[in-house]
Design a binder for this molecule. Structure first.
Ligand SMILES: [Zn+2]
Length: 142
């Protein structure tokens, strides 16, 4: 791709994003509610929806992810009250199962990745973990 064409394509993407996400103020701007919901487990959908429902129009959400078992919700141009609200929900995510939304807690034992899960999802997750590390099945297939 010649450089001028790349530039043209880049500018086209900017224009396209402005059309697709009209609430964006700056290029590269906020991620949509749908994208945010897809970035973490379904159990946290209510938390994400609450944050989006309360979000001021001029506030851009730039990153939504799970880190060290709790929600991370990064924004730009957010008023102080919204920062407080995010903090509240980030803390709350540490008590809600990321998979199903039931009351959960931090699970760190016997796993690569610490997560906030309820008892049922923790059990399921552990069984899966054991299954993954069981290589006997692979040998049989070969
Ligand atoms: Zn659960």
């Amino acid at each position: 791709m010649p450089p001028w064409y790349k530039l043209l394509y880049g500018r086209f993407r900017v224009w396209l994003n402005h059309i697709r996400y009209p609430e964006n103020i700056w290029y590269g701007g906020s991620i949509t509610r749908e994208h945010a919901l897809g970035s973490v487990g379904k159990g946290w959908s209510k938390i994400i929806n609450n944050l989006y429902d309360a979000k001021p129009k001029y506030t851009n959400v730039i990153t939504v992810k799970e880190k060290y078992s709790t929600l991370r919700f990064y924004c730009t141009h957010e008023p102080e009250w919204y920062t407080d609200l995010i903090e509240y929900y980030e803390k709350k995510s540490g008590t809600v199962c990321e998979r199903c939304g039931k009351p959960g807690k931090l699970r760190s034992e016997n796993r690569y990745w610490i997560l906030t899960l309820c008892d049922d999802c923790d059990k399921l997750d552990k069984e899966q973990f054991v299954g993954d590390s069981d290589h006997e099945h692979d040998d049989r297939i070969l």
